[in-house]
Design a protein around this ligand. Structure first.
Ligand SMILES: Nc1ncnc2c1ncn2[C@@H]1O[C@H](COP(=O)(O)OP(=O)(O)OP(=O)(O)O)[C@@H](O)[C@H]1O
Ligand SMILES: [Mg+2]
Length: 258
């Protein structure tokens, strides 16, 4: 649980378009790392290379290495499906399976991964919903459709679904951008709790959010439109927001940016 990520020389393409170039970084276990940077600089692309989702896009391919506790996720014989179990993902728009009940939404990944007794499933679903701070709100309506929840509840349902399979890493791509401020704070509090158990990487356009939730912040940027995105710097969040090493980072976080 909660493994270290070590990326070296990662470049990702969509067909002939090089979206990100030569990215290297490490992410320590039980920490929160925020990815920030202007639209189109490749934050989502890079995030998706960390659980081999990038290659699901037609033309999507990568060069370079991603190690999860020394295991090369792109190594020969590695099953991308098992990678996605170890490295879970939460998306920008809450995407519960609409026709499934709340219970089945959380149990979905478990059912794919193996056989569980009903009592085991009950326990894991309860634990996951508690872990996602949703249990009290849904315990009396577990058999109702997940799509009947509010946006913030749906996003916590998706987090419950992601943590039910006990991944090592949780990737979150702008998980709060479709949520109201109260639900956003609920998710931010939750991230603070989840980092005790998981290694978390979150993409956000909200500078305050990056400052509030993350231990480390990575700033990505493009040299020019059409150029691949690059990692400009990664450092302790406090330092990135008080005294970054690179002028472009300073310009971006202070809003002096195109
Ligand atoms: N499915 C795709 N097919 C082709 N090119 C893509 C695809 N998805 C993204 N790209 C390109 O890759 C580059 C990086 O996009 P990406 O979505 O990773 O940026 P981002 O930093 O997440 O942006 P945003 O902040 O707007 O979400 C962009 O040039 C984008 O047009
Ligand atoms: Mg994105």
């Amino acid at each position: 649980m909660a493994k270290r990520i070590d990326v070296s020389g990662l470049t990702a393409y969509y067909g002939s378009h090089k979206a990100i170039e030569d990215i290297s970084m490490t992410v320590e276990p039980r920490s929160v790392t925020a990815f920030i940077g202007p639209s189109g600089c490749g934050k989502s692309t890079f995030l998706r290379t960390l659980n081999r989702m990038h290659e699901v896009t037609p033309g999507g391919r990568v060069e370079g290495k991603v190690l999860l506790d020394d295991e090369d996720l792109y190594g020969a014989g590695i099953d991308p499906v098992s990678v996605r179990r170890e490295v879970g993902m939460v998306f920008q728009r809450p995407n519960p399976f609409p026709t499934m009940s709340i219970f089945d939404n959380v149990a979905a990944g478990l059912r794919l991964n193996g056989k569980y007794k009903k009592s085991e499933l009950n326990d894991i679903v309860e634990k996951s919903l508690k872990g996602a701070n949703l249990w009290n709100e849904v315990k009396d309506r577990l058999n109702k459709p997940g799509s009947g929840l509010s946006g913030g509840q749906q996003q916590r349902l998706c987090i419950a679904r992601a943590i039910a399979v006990e991944p090592d890493v949780l990737l979150m791509d702008e998980p709060c951008s479709a949520l109201d401020p109260i639900s956003t704070l609920a998710i931010e509090d939750l991230i603070g709790e989840l980092k005790e158990r998981f290694t978390i990487v979150i993409v956000t356009h909200n500078m305050q959010q990056a400052a509030r939730v993350s231990d480390r912040t990575a700033f990505f940027n493009l040299a020019a439109v059409g150029q691949p995105g690059r990692l400009i710097e990664i450092d302790d969040t406090e330092r990135i927001f008080s005294n970054p090493s690179v002028q472009a980072t300073e310009d971006y976080i202070s809003g002096r940016f195109g």
